[in-house]
Write a protein that binds this ligand. Sequence first.
Ligand code: ATP
Ligand code: PRP
Ligand code: NIO
Length: 468
Amino acid sequence: MNLNSALYTDLYQLAMGQSYFLKEKHKVSATFDYFFRKTPFEGGYVLFSGLEEVLDWLETVAFSEDDIAYLTAQGFNSDYIEYLKNFKFTGHIQSMQEGEIIFPFSPILTVTGSIIECQIIETFILNALNFQSLIATKASRIRYISGEEKSLAEFGLRRAQGYAGLQASRASFIGGFDYTSNVLAGKLYCIPVSGTMAHAYIQSYDDELTAFRDFAETRPVNCVLLVDTYDTLKSGIPNAIIVAKEMEARGERLLGIRLDSGDLAYLSKAGRKQLDEAGLEYVKIAASNQLDEHVIRSLKEQQAQIDIYGVGTNLVVGKENGALDGVYKLCSFNDTPRIKISENLKKMNFPGKKQVYRYMNENGLYIADAITLDHLEAPKTMAHPFETHKRMAIEYATVKPLLHDVMIDGKRVHAKKSTAELVQITKDNLSKLPTEHKRFDNPHVYKVGLSPELEALRDQLKKEKLMS
Ligand SMILES: Nc1ncnc2c1ncn2[C@@H]1O[C@H](COP(=O)(O)OP(=O)(O)OP(=O)(O)O)[C@@H](O)[C@H]1O
Ligand SMILES: O=P(O)(O)OC[C@H]1O[C@H](OP(=O)(O)OP(=O)(O)O)[C@H](O)[C@@H]1O
Ligand SMILES: O=C(O)c1cccnc1
């Protein structure tokens, strides 16, 4: 499967492309904004992820000979087909950095280029950014509630939505996980891999102790024994203790045990006691079984003795939200601002090419974002995007623009960032987000406003459209 194929798009993009081309409109310059309207998980923020993959794709995207044959068979016009043979992305991308904390309605990434190119690449951009930002956000919530001292392993590949399991592993790592069980993701994205053992392995033996012994003998380093196949406290942990002692005699150390069912708080406390009484304070306790940020919060409240959380399904499918609602909207055409009218102010877009400024207090904490037109300085006042009577003076210590050139004429401006760099950037950004936006229950809404100039332009275009 060639994922760099420009066919990784929706048919309507190619149909519009054909019309732009045949009507000789395809070279007209356009700008599109990528933004989302609602934070997932009833949370207070989103963690931006997927940018490097978008840039990789844009640098190499093309229609192969096979793709062209396929489109010809679909009945596309032959002159348009000739154009598509040499298709590549030659436009300009401005974006917030991957690992940035982002909020509803701000443009996160903008694409400027010929309308035909902007349109054909839309679907991939949405596909990559919506999914990876959703999962990175979920991962960051799990990290937040677990605390820095816990180890987090992503176990989701088997339950992920097909190949999205790869992107989920990458986004989970950027969002704060330490390990993945997904070996291909480990190789592709330089994520440390970790793994324990399955029930099948223990079931394949007549007795649990021999199963543990053989496993420890063949994998003495990072050995974690799954203790819940028969009876966690009466059989699993006692057998793990025997094997840990045998390992000690060989100069080895059992890394841990894993609980995968039952009351994880009770079993972890009782298990810790058994291990400690056997002098095995260093043996860690891992837990898995449909964990998410809410279960982990509850386990913490119960003082569960868990050192490592293994999280699969709920992380990689972004439960309770199957998708981030990010959209890609035309805001400028032929250097003229464009607007889409709707009864619902929230469904209208903000016209023109824009910049987003982030304001910080004297401690460097984020306090508000203002969206303005791209040639303007950071505004000193801003209006609520939809409740037009609400406006505020912004009191801040420092301010910075968030949208920067990342691609010019279809080429990356900076070297590709490694996943390790993105992890650091994310940590740094999350540390600047006040905790009231991170809490799970009724998080405080982060203020995003419009500069007076952008508000005036939106209102003027709305009026003109309604009168025309
Ligand atoms: N002490 C606890 N507090 C809160 N949630 C817990 C606790 N222990 C386990 N859970 C969570 O409760 C959910 C269901 O666990 P439950 O014990 O009902 O099923 P189970 O152990 O998987 O059952 P089975 O033995 O059939 O596999 C899981 O999401 C699990 O992570
Ligand atoms: O619960 P999740 O967060 O999705 O975490 C992944 C789950 O996948 C495995 O179970 P599975 O029953 O697939 O295999 P097993 O026989 O190894 O337990 C593992 O034991 C976890 O329970
Ligand atoms: O290594 C593990 O324990 C593991 C891997 C994938 C899914 N569940 C558990």
